[in-house]
Every structure is written in structure tokens, then in C-alpha cells.
Design a protein around this ligand. Structure first.
Ligand SMILES: Cc1cc2nc3c(=O)[nH]c(=O)nc-3n(C[C@H](O)[C@H](O)[C@H](O)COP(=O)(O)OP(=O)(O)OC[C@H]3O[C@@H](n4cnc5c(N)ncnc54)[C@H](O)[C@@H]3O)c2cc1C
Length: 477
């Protein structure tokens, strides 16, 4: 018998690690070292996903075993208790995950238990896409060309009834009572030390993920290319937390893009499918970067001769977190984050650029806030996105190209629909006033929306200040 250790692959279909000939006993371990980086929205999504995974196993006559503790202690103990000869898992890429897996492999080797690692989280592993010097790609367009041309594996079927073992048949009651939550209720957020999230986190689980994907593939994918940058058009897949926790497999998503491309009615629709595939490639690009440079979570990816002089601005930071900066698109995004545990990508970029350029607050502060509030928080994409916005990362825009939050609003939320949805104070404001808000005089602002704040900074001045700070860091100031 084998144990399968679920981590970021909370599904039974399209899971290459569940395809062996042996019987499998599935386990998830609540690991305090990983939970220390968790936050209510992400853990809430995780618990919901585990509930659904357990249902999937029950339908197949098995049961998901839930344990708590350090996996390098729990897994050898469990393997001995149920006489398993190997543990399987799907590879993960962060520094923390890699270190953990090394420790678990060593502990299992000491206990004479084998390890089999599978590739179930990405379409292409870091080793399969390398520039000539053998390092990693830091420019997306080169990565994309190689990634796109590689053949993609197809999803594998779920194990069938009888292949999955019920832990109650293999483990004695004492072990189950002491070491696991098998068959009992799932631990709650409070049991794991978390408060309830303030946001309405989107539902998890494989059925939900497959429904989302089916709807997207049916229709939205064909307008994704044109509409994905407009937050009010709801043209993106909303699959991010599912891809993070693997409640849908990326091979399944890819397969659906093939079906969508095959049934596209014209070239434009096919290009739209291709635009979506590019985003799947961005996810893999950042995973490869993280694999090569685990320090991108805490250190600038790019080296600067001098330190960037980030500002300590607690009031500005708080206004940003609260969606009270007086820049409507930024504020709508920050309020969407607190309401839904998710923000539209265009707005994530604009809000991140506002923090790191207009306020000149260190990107790590922003990364940390998103980590605490996003249900789709992902180390690779989060660090990649933040460093991109801060011009410290891979393929980042040059430091002198500073997003103008007002013109971004005018361009990507032309009717002010998105802003009105998240900022009730501006619900009755004319569209022009929303776009011109930062430059209106105080009297007009008070007449239109007395409860919505005036801009906390002058973008033009702050743009100059940011450019000067980056020039000084580069040594050309
Ligand atoms: C500052 C900042 C922080 C971010 N933090 C995260 C994060 O913690 N977790 C996260 O999953 N994404 C993050 N992103 C990327 C992106 O915003 C989200 O993946 C996307 O908005 C999720 O919505 P969706 O599933 O509807 O995306 P879709 O547009 O439908 O894209 C499909 C999938 O492709 C991937 N993807 C899309 N855009 C990107 C991107 N720019 N970079 C990497 N992968 C991408 C995601 O897995 C996404 O689910 C961040 C971006 C920025 C600018």
C-alpha cells in the first residue's frame, strides 16, 4: 500500500500521483510551519476544498485521512502504523515547500519508506524550460515561446472504487484517535488558530472548479482577449484559488483550451483562447523563477547598486488598505479585496503600483497585505506580481513608466461601473467626476460625494519622487 500526501493537489481526477497499481491511502497534514504563512481567506478556501476532497474519496469507498503536525514526524509514523511501503506526492516549488519535502524524504528514508514524486501542479517542470546557460528565464516572451511549443500531457482518470483505502480498515483506533481527524468533522478555522475571514471567500471544491471552467470554456474564453483588462466585464476565469490548491488540474484546464480552440468560430476567438493560455504560462514562469530564486519572496529579484529608499508611511499604507486613497480605481480594488478575497488583475496591478510608486512603500508590505486578504494567495504569483509592479522583478516595466491611477480608471473602467460597485459613496457620482476625482476642487468634491476622501497624494509629484528614488538606487541620480 502507498500513502498519497495531498498538498496543493486537492483533487482525485487529473492527479498523476494517484495512478499507481498499488492501493492508496490519501492523507492531508495540517502543518504548523505552513499554516504560519496562512490567513483566514486562504485557509477558509483550503478547508472547503478538503471537505470536497473527502467527499470525492467517500464516493470511491475510501476516506481522506487528516492529520496535524510536522509531516516529517507524521508521515513516517503513519506509514509504519498502516504498513505503507511508499509515500507519493506532487512536487511543489517554494523554498519552504522544498525544504519541507527534503526533510520528509530524509525522515522516510530513515524509516525505510520510499518516496515517489510526481509532476501534477505545472504543465512543464523547471528543468524542461531553460535558457542556454542552464539558469532560468527572466524574460517572459522567451519563456512563453518555449513553453508554448512543448507537448502538453493529458489529464489522467481518477482512481476507481477499491483502489482507495479507508484508513479505518488499516489503522488501529488508538492511532486514529490520537493522530488524526479521520472521519470526524474537519477542523474549523478556529481549531487551526484563525479568525473567520472578513470577505465572502468564493466556494472551493472540484465540482465548483469544474463548473467555473465549463462556463468559462463555453463562452467567456472567446472574449477574454478583448475584455480581460476591464474589471466590470467579468471576463476572467476566477480559477486562481482553484489552481493554487489544485481543486482543478492545470492539464484539465489546458485540455479545455484545446477544445475551445477547436470549436472557435473564427481567428479572433482562437486568439482569445491563446491570450488565456499565456496567463497559464505566466503562472508557470513565476513558479520557475521561485524554484530558481526562492528568495524572491523577501528580496528584490534585481540587484540595485544602492538600496531603494522606501518610505515609512503608516497613514498612507492604512488609507491604501482601507480603500481610502481618493483614487477611485485603487480604492475599488482594495475594497473588492476585503469584500471578496480576490481582486481583478488589472486593478491588482494598479493598486500595487500606487503603493510602491505613489506612496513609495516597500512592495513587501503590499505582498503581506495581499497574502493576508487574498483567497488565491500564491507565493510565486504574489511575489512575481508585486516585484513586477515595483519594477524590482523579472520582466518588470522600466521604473520610469509609472501607472497613472486616474487614467487607468478612465481607460479600463470607462463607465465607472466597477468603481460604483465597490465604492457606495460614488454610486451616484457622474462618470466624469469619478475619472476626474483627483483633480476636482474641494468644493465640487464635497458637492458630489461628501463622504469619499480627497486624493491623499498628488500623482504628478509622486511620480517624480518615485523616479528620483529609483534613479538614486540605480546609481544614476
Ligand atoms: C501585485 C499582484 C499580486 C498578485 N498575486 C497573486 C496571487 O497571490 N495569486 C495568484 O494566483 N495570482 C496573483 N496575481 C496574478 C493575477 O492577478 C491573478 O492570478 C488573477 O487575477 C486571478 O484571476 P483569474 O483566475 O480570474 O485569472 P485569469 O485571467 O482567468 O487567468 C487564469 C489563471 O492564470 C494565472 N494568471 C493570470 N494572471 C497571472 C499573472 N499576472 N501572473 C501569474 N499568473 C497569472 C492564474 O493562475 C489564473 O487563475 C497577482 C498579480 C499582481 C499584479
Amino acid at each position: 500500500m502507498q500513502l498519497h500526501w495531498h498538498r496543493r493537489d486537492l483533487r482525485v481526477t487529473d492527479n498523476p500521483a494517484l495512478t499507481g497499481d498499488d492501493h492508496v491511502l490519501p492523507v492531508f497534514v495540517h502543518d504548523p510551519a505552513i499554516l504560519a504563512y496562512g490567513a483566514p481567506p486562504v485557509v477558509s478556501f483550503l478547508l472547503d476544498a478538503l471537505d470536497s476532497l473527502r467527499e470525492q474519496y467517500r464516493k470511491r469507498g475510501g476516506e481522506l485521512l487528516l492529520a496535524r503536525g510536522d509531516p516529517s514526524a507524521v508521515l513516517p509514523d503513519l506509514a509504519a502504523a498502516c504498513d505503507a511501503d511508499a509515500v507519493t506526492w506532487n512536487r511543489d516549488y517554494s523554498g519552504l515547500a522544498t525544504e519541507r519535502d527534503r526533510a520528509v524524504t530524509a525522515a522516510l528514508a530513515d524509516a525505510d519508506v520510499g518516496v515517489e514524486q510526481f509532476d501534477g501542479i505545472l504543465l512543464h517542470e523547471p528543468e524542461s524550460i531553460k535558457p542556454n546557460d542552464g539558469s532560468h528565464y527572466s524574460v517572459f516572451s522567451y519563456f512563453w515561446r518555449q513553453w508554448r511549443n512543448l507537448e502538453k500531457a493529458t489529464p489522467v482518470a481518477a482512481p476507481v472504487r477499491g483502489d482507495v483505502v479507508d484508513p479505518r480498515d488499516s489503522l488501529d483506533e488508538e492511532w486514529l484517535d490520537e493522530s488524526s481527524d479521520a472521519a470526524g468533522p474537519l477542523p474549523s478555522l478556529a481549531d487551526l488558530g484563525f479568525d473567520e475571514p472578513e470577505s465572502d471567500v468564493q466556494p472551493a471544491g472540484t465540482d465548483v472548479a469544474h463548473d467555473l471552467l465549463a462556463d468559462f470554456r463555453e463562452d467567456t474564453i472567446y472574449r477574454y482577449g478583448d475584455d480581460r483588462d476591464y474589471p466590470a466585464r467579468e471576463a476572467t476565469s476566477r480559477l486562481s484559488p482553484h489552481l493554487k490548491f489544485g481543486t482543478v488540474g492545470v492539464r484539465t484546464v489546458w485540455k479545455d483550451t484545446e477544445d475551445a480552440a477547436a470549436t472557435a468560430s473564427n481567428g479572433e476567438a482562437r486568439e482569445s483562447v491563446e491570450a488565456f493560455r499565456r496567463m497559464l504560462a505566466w503562472r508557470e514562469f513565476y513558479a520557475h523563477v521561485l524554484d530558481a530564486r526562492p528568495d524572491v519572496v523577501t528580496e528584490n529579484y534585481r540587484e540595485f547598486p544602492n538600496e531603494i529608499q522606501w518610505r515609512d508611511d503608516p497613514e498612507g499604507l492604512q488609507a491604501w488598505k482601507d480603500g481610502e486613497t481618493g483614487y477611485p480605481l485603487v480604492d475599488a480594488g482594495m475594497r473588492q479585496l476585503r469584500a471578496e478575497g480576490w481582486i481583478h488583475n488589472r486593478v491588482r496591478m494598479v493598486a500595487a503600483a500606487f503603493l510602491t510608486k505613489d506612496l513609495l512603500v516597500d512592495w513587501r508590505e503590499g505582498y503581506d497585505w495581499y497574502r493576508r486578504k487574498l483567497a488565491d494567495h500564491d507565493t510565486a504569483n504574489g511575489a512575481g506580481g508585486w516585484q513586477w509592479a515595483a519594477s524590482t522583478g523579472t520582466d518588470a516595466p522600466p521604473y520610469f513608466r509609472v501607472f497613472n491611477p486616474a487614467s487607468q480608471g478612465e481607460r479600463y473602467d470607462p463607465d465607472g461601473e466597477y468603481v460604483r460597485e465597490y465604492i457606495p459613496e460614488l454610486r451616484d457620482a457622474p462618470t466624469d467626476a469619478i475619472h476626474e476625482w483627483p483633480t476636482l476642487d474641494d468644493e465640487k468634491r464635497v458637492a458630489i460625494a461628501p463622504d469619499y476622501p480627497a486624493p491623499i497624494v498628488d500623482h504628478g509629484e509622486r511620480r517624480e519622487r518615485a523616479i528620483a528614488a529609483f534613479e538614486a538606487a540605480r546609481g544614476d541620480g
